[in-house]
Ligand binder design. Structure first.
Ligand code: GLU
Length: 441
């Protein structure tokens, strides 16, 4: 059965870059009728925070990316210890004692000699006695996985055929000197034991994948299908890494971005299919195909989310936004006509309040000198309430009749007088909402 996972480290809020990973894994699982696991990669006790675990869940719930179960790496340390034992047993695990400074020096020397900065495996030559002495002097060493020096190959769901020379990669450290298991090992053990069949993650993990394939095989697991999506850049192609902090999902939510707008964009951005606004998750699932994504960096412009949000809101009936309409202060009896007017004029639901205030209090009229008399005359002709969808048509017909004005010369001064704007709502739907304020005048 298809099983995917989204595996964030709870060391910060999730942002648009993480969302891409989450969404792709989610859609693959749902499309196949499989399982989507939320895996919390919290093996680093210093950097992992419970508040971020909660925030990640809230953000995914907001988007409607529901998981089938949660797994936490911190609950599975015994499983990792067992895997480490197995690697030791089969001779693929060795202890190394170099300090970061020593490793740095080695790298510099290699680079000076034009060689790739790959760990030289000096620790493999240490005798037991030498290791004992180093342990006494420096404490426990780190544990490295001994790569087989062969080409590691896989067919990537996005990148196509990938081939990496294991000799160009350092033997990865899987356990730190203080005993902390690192992600590379934990992830492999989890993917294997949880039956993960498909792993989609960012292209920054390609080298990891190469080493993880060897570790999975060494532990007797089944290698999942891998796909690596390109990293997001800003609209000009600039690196986004520094700005991702301001593109946290909660900031976008705060700015009024609608989940469906965000999901619709992310499910297509960087693929050969056009971005299409989807109305629900079923449509997103239906239209998703990971193989359509390309390897080139993907340009992301946060501004694109606003027109999509506006278009999405235009499609919604009142019942979907009733809470937001009520929260803007709109009384129940006006909620329906207000929403029908407002949904055509807002970018986000945050704009509702301003529109309601305009309806409730009336606009600061915009009246050109040459229209002053005309507007005054028109106001005299305004029918008695209650207003409905026909009132505007009847009123302007009467004004036309009385003043001889027509077309723009008739409508524009009235629009400006009533809305304070040259462009804006459909007047036939707007006028009934002004009934209370007009009656007061
Ligand atoms: N915790 C890892 C990360 O956030 C997971 C990577 C993976 O999907 O394997 O980068």
């Amino acid at each position: 059965m298809t099983t995917t996972r989204f595996a964030p480290s709870p060391t910060g809020y999730i942002h648009v870059g993480n969302l891409r990973t989450a969404l792709m894994n989610y859609l693959i699982a749902r499309k196949a009728g499989g399982t989507f696991i939320l895996r919390i990669d919290d093996t680093d006790p210093e950097r992992s925070k419970e508040e971020y675990v909660d925030a990640i869940k809230q953000d995914l719930e907001w988007l409607g990316l529901h998981w089938d179960r949660v797994e936490r790496q911190s609950d599975r340390l015994d499983r990792y210890a067992e895997a480490a034992g197995k690697l030791r047993e089969i001779g693929r695990f060795y202890e190394a004692f170099e300090t970061p400074t020593e490793l740095d020096l080695k790298r510099k020397k290699q680079l000076n000699m034009g060689k790739p900065p790959v760990y030289d495996r000096a620790a493999l030559n240490l005798s037991e006695a030498e290791k004992e002495a180093l342990r006494a002097e420096r404490g426990n060493g780190v544990w490295r996985f001994k790569l087989d020096h062969e080409r590691i190959e896989w067919t990537d769901g996005i990148l196509g055929d990938v081939s990496i020379d294991a000799a160009s990669v350092s033997d990865p450290v899987l356990i730190r000197g203080d005993g902390q298991v690192l992600y590379t090992l934990a992830s492999v053990v989890d993917d294997t034991e949880m039956g993960v069949t498909d792993v989609v993650r960012g292209a920054d993990h390609v080298t990891n994948t190469a080493t993880q394939i060897q570790i999975i095989k060494a532990l007797g697991g089944t290698v999942p299908r891998f796909a690596h999506h390109s990293l997001l850049t800003g609209p000009q192609g600039e690196a986004l890494s520094k700005r991702l902090g301001t593109l946290a999902l909660r900031d976008l939510r705060e700015q009024g971005v609608q989940p469906m707008a965000l999901l619709s964009l992310m499910a297509r951005l960087g693929s050969s299919d056009p971005v299409e606004l989807r109305s629900d998750m079923a449509e997103l699932i239906e239209g998703f195909d990971v193989t359509r994504f390309g390897s080139a960096p993907t340009k992301f412009d946060v501004q694109d989310l606003f027109p999509l949000t506006a278009r999405y809101l235009q499609t919604l009936p009142l019942e979907k936004v009733a809470d937001a309409v009520a929260a803007a202060g709109v009384p129940d009896e006006l909620a329906e006509p207000f929403w029908m007017m407002a949904r055509e004029n807002i970018t986000t639901l945050k704009d509702l309040k301003g529109w309601w205030e305009l309806c409730r209090d009336g606009a600061e009229p915009l009246i050109d000198d040459e229209d002053r008399e005309f507007v005054a005359q028109a106001m005299e002709l305004l029918p008695e309430g209650p207003f409905d969808g026909e009132t505007w048509g009847k009123w302007t017909a009467a004004v036309k009749e009385a003043t001889g004005r027509k077309g723009k010369g008739l409508f524009m001064p009235l629009r400006k007088a009533l809305t304070g704007m040259e462009r804006g709502p459909e007047m036939a739907t707007f006028l009934p909402l002004l009934q209370v304020v007009l009656a007061r005048k």
